[in-house]
Design a protein around this ligand. Structure first.
Ligand code: ZN
Length: 270
């Protein structure tokens, strides 16, 4: 029963992610005005704004001007309701506190939004990075999960390591860019990796990095195999880092680092 309730909460969060995805890059407030049609500017009535259902009920068209509304709206709502409900299930199952549920829902909502914005615009909004830093520090101090330090000195140490990491990689990237005239990875991506240190500590950075690299390689290989990607084509990387951070939160960094070590061990003994 509780999962049913959570599923509906996540549907509305998914709907909010749609609002963020389209409004933030256009510099429109995400709180006000209420949802309107991008074509005829008519305000959308509440009963036409029910996640997923309204899209099918209206057959993917605006009630007033009949312009087609992208299938991506209900798709994002559906995907997020799955991600959010699964996050809740894992965190609830592991007997984490209610606070943990809030953290994982905030984390997944922000990561999903910035992933979509990166796919659309190759851009990582710095407001959302700052928000992630603040929530990361709070989750470090007030919670009881495996990443939490509950210690102000250790939290400050993580921030310090994360800043050093960011500027060091930025410095290396500048050298690399001067030499090869092409940027390997965006600064927004580096910022997100640095934020994973604040949330999960250095081990969490390792796990986030490994997961994102493996999935990016997999997608890159499949893309080349099916001729969907050109050589050296720019690919948004935030979705992979987000996946890495989310999986690190859900299963813990030790779990992923162990998988990696076992994998290396089995290759060595092959
Ligand atoms: Zn319209």
């Amino acid at each position: 029963m509780i999962y049913f309730f959570v599923f509906f909460i996540c549907l509305s969060l998914g709907s909010f992610i749609n609002v963020i995805r389209y409004r933030l890059p256009e510099n429109i407030s995400i709180i006000y005005p209420r949802s309107f049609c991008f074509n005829c500017n008519n305000q959308i009535k509440w009963f036409d704004n029910v996640p997923i259902f309204s899209w099918f009920f209206l057959k993917g068209k605006c009630r007033v001007c009949n312009i087609p509304i992208s299938f991506q709206y209900p798709l994002v709502e559906f995907l997020y309701s799955f991600i959010g409900t699964y996050s809740f299930y894992k965190v609830y199952e592991d007997k984490y506190s209610f606070l943990e549920v809030i953290y994982v829902l905030l984390l997944s909502t922000i990561l999903f939004s910035i992933s979509l914005i990166d796919i659309d615009h190759y851009w990582v909004p710095s407001n959302f990075c700052n928000l992630l830093i603040i929530i990361g520090v709070i989750s470090n101090l007030f919670s009881n999960n495996s990443f939490c330090t509950q210690n102000i000195i250790q939290a400050l140490l993580r921030i310090f390591i994360s800043i050093i990491f960011y500027f060091f990689i930025k410095f290396l990237l500048n050298l690399q860019e001067k030499k090869f005239k092409i940027r390997l990875i965006g600064l927004g991506d580096i910022k997100l990796f640095a934020i994973s240190i604040i949330w999960f500590g250095p081990e969490g950075l390792l796990s986030t990095f490994l997961i994102s690299i493996y999935f990016a390689l997999l997608i890159g290989l499949l893309g080349r195999l099916f001729k969907k990607l050109k050589p050296l084509q720019k690919v948004p990387f935030v979705p992979f880092i987000s996946l890495g951070m989310w999986l690190t939160f859900i299963f813990g960094s030790q779990f992923w680092v162990n998988i990696w070590l076992d994998f290396g061990y089995s290759i060595n003994n092959f």
